[in-house]
Design a protein around this ligand. Sequence first.
Ligand code: FE2
Length: 214
Amino acid sequence: MNNKFIAMQRLAMMGDWLKLNSFDNKTMIKEISRYKSEWKRYNPRKPNNRFGLSITSLDGDLSGKPDLDSLYEFNRENGTNYDNQSFKKTTIVYQNSLSLRSAIKPYMPWLGRSHFIKLNAGGYFPEHYDIHKTKFDKDEIRLIGFVNNTSSNHFKFCYEDKLITNYSDGDLFYFNANKRHSVFATDNEVILLVVTLKFDENLFETIINNYDCK
Ligand SMILES: [Fe+2]
């Protein structure tokens, strides 16, 4: 087995949720409020009160096409073969938000498709595993940042059959997205930071160095 998969196994053994470096969510909210008009419907084929703001995209623009669409559907319709690593070019949202840059700085060498997700009341992601339907992204991991209105009176994060509650706005986690999860907003302006990273043993070391182990 190569070092990458030994490191992935070690990461999996450590746990499903690892708290990483915290970030300044208040400044982040202020900084991204400049792009209020740039939020796009997330997966517009299934509109349900959820929006995306691109941190990376195909060519650095904020069109959301196709980085905020369903890649499975988009590829099928257009004969393309995009995956989460096709979206590596940072947008002005990234470039002009110092708090975002500082939050994800340690992980930049591995950065793929990344965006903010905004849910308004009633917005949800149904139960799913973060595994592509046609391609098993075996060397990819996810980070999630809780940015705005994510406490349990505004928002529910259901992981397998449990509610995740031990987080606050301003927390960044690695989480094992291979397990079944769903989210649901009971209030407006729930904002999450979603980061996709291409995994290797050096990323494992970076995670260990940023792991907030009390
Ligand atoms: Fe997910």
